[in-house]
Design a protein around this ligand. Structure first.
Ligand SMILES: Nc1ncnc2c1ncn2[C@@H]1O[C@H](COP(=O)(O)OP(=O)(O)O)[C@@H](O)[C@H]1O
Ligand SMILES: [Mg+2]
Length: 349
């Protein structure tokens, strides 16, 4: 070989590859790191904006394609890693170790909001992100049961230490009250509890804190939004009309609070029977139609599946216990969609 490729030329080539979602080149996005060029061997790390990147493979193959036909190359050594960008608005004084807040909302109870919150959080953690769940459903805190947890560890240095399971850190009011005890909240106490969950918890570094909101559009939603900038909201709805009507109020709430909405999830859609025929217990398609009507992304449809309920009751959510099942894969796809919504949102100027 007469002449090996130079570092400048390698950078120039990498500068022609666009991130498919951010629509900017990898070099300007600072996604090419540790570039070394030595006697035809080009080594670098592609630093993705989330480990849950749906387009990981496409980016790598676009990079390889860009080098095709180039002279003076002996080989490419590509490492893929990820660093989640911080929501720039999160103030130091609240908790700068939390990079992004994902708020999961629904118009009414019983539509699967907690199920979605728990499975999305675990799916993001399984991809390699640092994840926490704040169970802010102060009237019906079910996250501990769904995660198979029953208590918090001892506090340390006056900080609440989150419980941990399935690679996710969990804090819930459910850990602090006895079963059967009614949960009656006065405004100020509610407000201070939400704040405490953000400030007085030793969350450590978190890429994503998933918040399971109470159903409806009330004080907790306001309190959260007043305390910390929420990176994005997700709306969970069932397909039938009465659920959609309530969910549309959730959309209105996020909009009023200036919280970007990642999209709508339709839960408990068609159930697949053992003979593979389907039955529409609650209808199908309503969530997607609503997303379209409001100009929001439709994140996906989770079927009604008795297995989801069963494993939810036993603390082994479906992405853990039946990771190969169709609903589990759906949850993983949705988690990746939400992660990329956040990357785009945080990096746009
Ligand atoms: N897709 C689904 N198929 C079957 N059961 C589900 C599904 N999603 C949720 N469930 C079950 O429905 C019940 C209500 O869900 P939950 O997540 O607690 O709703 P929410 O938090 O909105 O009140 C739970 O018992 C849960 O396990
Ligand atoms: Mg719930």
């Amino acid at each position: 070989m007469d002449e090996w490729i130079t570092r400048e030329r390698a950078l120039q080539i990498l500068g022609t590859v666009l991130d498919p979602e951010l629509h900017k080149d990898l070099v300007s996005l600072n996604m090419i790191q540790e570039l070394e060029v030595e006697q035809g061997l080009v080594k670098f790390t592609i630093m993705l904006t989330t480990p849950a990147c749906p387009l990981k493979n496409k980016i790598e193959s676009d990079v390889r394609k860009a080098f095709e036909g180039e002279e003076g190359i002996k080989g490419l050594q590509i490492k893929i890693s990820a660093k989640v960008p911080q929501n720039q608005q999160i103030p130091e004084k609240i908790n700068s170790s939390i990079k992004n807040i994902i708020a999961v909302a629904s118009g009414k109870g019983g539509v699967g909001k907690s199920t979605v919150a728990v499975n999305l959080a675990i799916a993001l953690a399984q991809k390699g992100a640092q994840v926490g769940i704040m169970d802010a459903d102060i009237y019906g805190p079910n996250v501990p049961t769904m995660m198979g947890l029953d208590q918090l560890p001892k506090p340390q240095n006056n900080k609440i230490i989150p419980a941990q399971k399935h690679q996710v850190k969990v804090v819930s009011i459910g850990f602090l009250v006895k079963q059967g005890q009614p949960l009656i909240w006065r405004g100020p106490l509610l407000h201070s509890t939400i704040k405490q969950f953000l400030v007085d918890v030793d969350w450590g570094e978190l890429d994503y804190l998933v918040v399971d909101l109470p159903p409806g559009t009330g004080d907790v939603q306001l309190s959260l939004a007043q305390n910390i900038p929420v990176t994005c909201g997700i709306i969970v709805t069932m397909p039938q009309r009465v659920s959609l009507e309530d969910a549309s109020r959730g959309i209105g709430m996020f909009r009023k609070l200036n919280i970007p909405i990642a999209g709508v999830i339709e839960n408990m859609a068609s159930m697949v029977l053992p003979d593979r025929s389907t039955i529409d217990v609650f209808g199908e398609g309503g969530g997607e139609a609503m997303a379209n009507a409001y100009g929001l992304a439709f994140l996906g449809r989770i079927p009604l599946d008795p297995e989801i309920r069963r494993v939810g009751d036993t603390g082994e959510p479906i992405v853990v216990s039946r990771s190969k099942s169709t609903p589990a894969k759906k949850f993983v796809d949705i988690a990746c969609e939400v992660a990329s919504f956040i990357s785009v949102n945080n990096l746009k100027d």
